[in-house]
Design a binder for this molecule. Structure first.
Ligand code: EUG
Length: 533
């Protein structure tokens, strides 16, 4: 058994025994084979000495038990690493940032405490997955939808705390934006309720975000100040209908008006959902070195070649799916309005897509193109870089995910900038996905790296990743979220005024977790004793 850094063998044994007295011996895991289950299955550090591994794990069943564990950890200075369902694959999974931490596994706290149809919210514990909440609602025939991210097994709380995203409407698809009210055990073992929850007997904890006084919920997301034990989440009332259409444009510069129309319809609430922006010409260019080179160029002659190819072959330069939720007559009118606006782009084509009235049948459900668009959780995303006996020996994927402005010019520029880095450092290790709107006013670019079983390939991935972070920062683009292996470098890019924001994070850290027992290093925030000079 390994021991956390800076902790004596004897103190560790004592702490483990104390943990067992709180949760029962069955819920403390110390054997090598049990602890191995907490390795990050998609670690880009696999098989290398730097791979992040836990020393043990403990699984409490209540907020009171969490408090007791945090207090014991303070006594013995045991680094804890809370996870919810631990399925944040691509961003670190269940493995700690600091090797040797004890995983605080909240999977047993999986109670759905309330689902309210009339005000459309739920109150959940950290172990509740999107599948759990979806089934709970389905079984009771409640007329509310969840918004789920790609990993259906993810935790509703864990995903929101990591600023995870989904595919239905604003504000639900921004999972932190749809959060309302927290219960938190802070690093010093205190139990706090935020917002209206601070009022004993509160009647609006899950309905009114701000409470009274400073609005603090944000400091518990992407941080290590507390262990969230309850969270309110806003749900979407089941709409009457859904309709979508695909808009295709054929010129290199058409992305500029296309994205401006996307902004307008989104920010006026006419089309309030996620996008599915693609560049079909990029797929067509995959086996064509000349077109691929042209796509990385800003030479007008090269761009003319691409325009000619798009128009002659009828391959759209860009396409987007516009999705509408609401009463049938309203969504059809919203779609027609959007069609009219987009017809001002010369040569634009609008193709009708799916239409549903809810509830849908089991056959319809099985055939939905993107189930997450209708709040139906799946695990399909894990086909990216999936392990298989037949394909290449990939182990998984991880995402480089910078945020760019929602403007066509930024799409063109960022694709060029990142494609050049990939061409220089290794196109074969990553797939540059087209920017998607997970929030109004911005796109997130996803660059999917393949994680492999061999360190040599993963080292190339890490070098390329680091270069992308550096180049993005030079262009004023920062990551919205990152894998645990890259948290320090992504956080360091947010350096305005000599890292004033990091210093503020550290002041808060020292105040609420003075012994630094929670999630050392998460999002680049280290406790005092582990801070680098
Ligand atoms: C996806 C993947 C991400 C993310 C948001 C969405 C979806 C992929 C790996 O990171 O941050 C299909």
């Amino acid at each position: 058994m390994s021991v956390p850094p800076g902790v004596s063998e004897r103190d560790f044994q004592r702490a483990i025994a104390r943990f067992a007295s709180v949760v029962g011996a069955d819920w403390v895991f110390t054997s090598d084979e049990d602890v191995a289950l907490y390795r990050d299955a998609y670690s880009p550090l696999v098989g290398e000495p730097e791979e992040k591994v836990a020393s043990a794990a403990v699984a409490p069943d209540s907020a009171e038990q969490v408090r007791e564990i945090v207090r014991i950890a303070n006594e013995y200075r045991i680094p804890l690493y809370p996870i919810s369902t631990g399925r944040n694959l691509g961003y670190g999974g269940s493995a700690p940032v600091l090797s040797g931490s004890v995983v605080l596994d909240l999977k047993r706290m999986n109670r759905i405490l309330e689902v309210d149809e009339r005000n459309a919210y739920a109150l959940v514990e950290p172990g509740v997955s999107y599948f759990d909440l979806y089934r709970h609602i389905e079984e009771r025939g409640l007329k509310v939808w969840i918004d789920c991210p790609d990993p259906g097994w993810g935790s509703v709380i864990g995903n929101a705390l990591d600023h995870g995203v989904g595919y239905t409407m604003n504000p639900y698809r921004d999972h932190w934006g749809a959060q309302c009210g927290l219960e938190v055990v802070t690093g010093d073992g205190e139990l706090v309720r935020t917002g209206m929850g601070a009022l004993p007997g509160a009647r609006t904890w899950q309905q009114f975000k701000y409470g009274f006084g400073p609005y603090l919920d944000g400091i518990f997301s992407q941080s290590n100040f507390g262990v969230v034990t309850k969270m309110g989440v806003w749900l979407m009332p089941q709409p009457e209908a859904y309709v979508d259409c695909t808009v295709e444009v054929f010129g290199h510069d058409d992305i500029i008006p296309l994205v401006d129309h996307m902004n307008y319809v989104m920010n006026t609430g006419l089309q309030n959902a996620g996008t599915n922006l693609q560049s079909p010409i990029r797929f067509a260019a995959a086996g064509n070195p000349e077109l691929r080179a042209a796509l990385a160029s800003d030479d007008p002659a090269e761009i003319a070649k691409l325009n000619a190819f798009a128009r002659e072959r009828g391959v759209p330069f860009y396409s987007n799916i516009f999705k509408f939720y609401g009463p049938e007559e309203v969504v059809r009118a919203q779609l027609e309005y959007t069609r009219r606006r987009l017809s001002t782009i010369p040569g634009a084509r609008v193709r009708d897509g799916a239409f549903y009235r809810f509830p849908i049948t089991a056959e319809q459900k099985a055939a939905v193109r993107d189930p997450q668009d209708l709040g139906i959780p799946t695990l399909e995303t894990f086909s990216i870089g999936a392990r298989s006996n037949f394909g290449p020996a990939t182990r998984g994927h991880l995402g480089f995910s910078p945020v760019i402005p929602m403007r066509g010019e930024a799409v063109i520029e960022s694709q060029r900038v990142f494609q050049r880095v990939l061409q220089e450092f290794g196109t074969d290790v990553a797939l540059l996905v087209f920017p998607q709107s997970y929030h109004p006013r911005t796109f997130v670019i996803l660059c999917m790296f393949y994680v492999m079983p061999d360190p040599k390939s993963n080292q190339a991935v890490r070098r390329t990743f680091s270069k992308l972070v550096e180049v993005a920062a030079e262009h004023g683009w920062g990551e919205y979220r990152t894998h645990t292996a890259f948290m320090d470098e992504c956080a360091a890019a947010y350096s305005f005024n000599d890292h004033a924001l990091r210093k503020l994070h550290e002041k808060i850290k020292d105040a609420v977790d003075p012994n630094g027992v929670l999630s050392a290093g998460r999002y680049g925030i280290w406790p005092k004793h582990l801070r680098k000079a």
